[in-house]
Design a protein around this ligand. Structure first.
Ligand code: PLP
Length: 320
């Protein structure tokens, strides 16, 4: 609805933002996503298990003859980002590709003045695209990029045009074009206030209690004894740590829950374990599970991490 007549693509790079390609892709495909974007060629095999090759694109492009050959062998579409990539793609045989044009972010993509280069002009462009630098803010850059992109779209023969990431979808018709490329919003992130009512949390994290112990007043908990028990306490030791993406910024700050009861983190998060205060849940025993609320906007506010970081740090061990 928000995207008008545009079809949804999906950014699935970084293992679907840490959610896991094997879990996320079948759901996105079955929900009707038309195109899928990874960053690296190494991400292709896992994605091809779920989506057709011609619907899969590699954002960083084909940077050498091996990557061009791999693209042709699989049918996966490279995004051409530089004049050199355009030459390489043509010299190794050409064929459909996408074209990334930089309209003001000054990150990856061909400068509009290079569109006239013979190698670029010779490309068979499926989707011409650009990426917004400030879509999650009220910024004059947005209108400026939309305007420049409209000029690019008029200049480059193409099948489809694509500009909006998740936040860009909220910016209106001038940003929607033929296909959108949401990432974070597909995984529960709210990148723009206008999208808040449309997005549900999709990641749930639970951790098991490895041990429950009584700690005497004045005793320290965990590395560095950064937490000192002010009174006798029951402490639960969870099987979850920074190696799972529960970073040390949550030390003495995070809060787990069980049946509506708050269980604050005590002391430093370690690699595989985190200690929580069981004062509010005296019935919990070894082997019980507690959950970690992972509302991304709220978790970002408390932790200082971005919603993107909160997802992409999540470790493989959480998938069990
Ligand atoms: C990651 C990425 C997206 C998705 O961005 P979100 O902010 O997660 O919606 C879209 N396009 C490109 C080129 C990207 O690199």
């Amino acid at each position: 609805m928000l995207s008008g007549t545009a079809r949804a693509g999906a950014a699935i790079k970084a293992d679907a933002y840490g959610v896991g390609v094997d879990r996320a892709l079948p759901a996105l495909r079955d929900a009707g996503c038309a195109s899928f974007f990874v960053a690296h060629w190494s991400e292709v095999p896992a994605a091809l298990a779920h989506v057709p090759a011609n619907a899969l694109a590699v954002l960083h492009g084909a940077r050498n003859a091996e990557e061009c050959a791999y693209a042709r062998a699989t049918g996966v579409v490279p995004v051409v980002n530089t004049v050199a990539q355009a030459r390489l793609w043509s010299e190794t045989g050409g064929g459909p590709c996408h074209l990334m044009v930089d309209t003001g972010m000054n990150r990856l993509g061909i400068d509009p003045e290079d569109l006239a280069d013979a190698a670029v002009a010779a490309l068979t462009v499926d989707t011409v695209m650009s990426h917004l630098a400030c879509a999650d803010e009220d910024s004059l850059n947005n209108a400026r990029q939309a305007e420049r992109f409209t000029a690019v779209v008029a200049q480059v023969p193409h099948r489809r045009a694509s500009l909006a990431n998740s936040a860009g979808i909220a910016l209106g018709r001038a940003f929607q074009h033929d296909i959108t490329r949401p990432g974070i919003a597909l995984y529960g992130g709210v990148p723009h206030p206008a999208l808040a009512g449309h997005i549900r949390t999709v990641v749930g994290i639970a951790a098991a209690l490895l041990q429950v112990r009584n700690v005497a007043a004045g005793e320290g908990v965990g590395y560095g004894a950064s937490f000192i028990a002010p009174r006798p306490m029951r402490i639960g030791v969870l099987s979850l740590g920074y190696a799972d993406g529960y970073l040390r910024c949550w030390s003495d700050k995070g809060v787990f829950v069980h049946a509506g009861r708050q269980l604050p983190v005590r002391g430093r998060v370690s690699m595989d374990m985190t200690a929580i205060d069981l004062t509010a849940a005296p019935d919990l025993r070894e082997g019980d599970w507690v959950s970690l609320p992972y509302d991304l906007p709220e978790a970002a506010r408390v932790s200082g991490l971005t919603q993107y970081e909160l997802l992409t740090v999540l470790g493989q061990r959480l998938r069990a």
